[in-house]
Design a protein. Sequence first.
Length: 163
Amino acid sequence: MKPDCTDIAFCPLCGHRIESRVRHGRPRPVCPACRYVHFANPRVAAVVFVTDGDRTLLVRRGGWPEKGKWALAAGFIDLGEPPEEAAVRELKEETGLDIAIDGLLDLSYDPVSKAIVLLYRGRVLGGVLAAGDDALEARWFTRHELPELAFESTRRAVEAWLG
């Protein structure tokens, strides 16, 4: 089996070496000893679209993918964490702002990060705008000064906002 980020070498249940076998219509890591089948499930990301009048909030990315480009505040949801709480947490970590979630805007799939993307609308409750976590900058932009955007989910949200 060719190794990549979704492969495992040993069974997490019995420790036996994993083999590639067709299960449920495609090759998957399978334990020949206990028959455990490893499913490499997609990650889930929470993204937040926040506006203030004629401005939208963006962060400049500090890491892969799309380093240096601007995007909506986002991050992966932790196991057991409600998606809305992840969205609030990620926006706070990246911008310093406290928000309330006003609803789900979109659900999509990002082929680069192989993640399911939940796009929420958020509203600022307080806090002080300051880049944090993996954001190099956090800034409000009007429709006339938008920078180069990362990610299809960000581009779609901004295009819908522009009308």
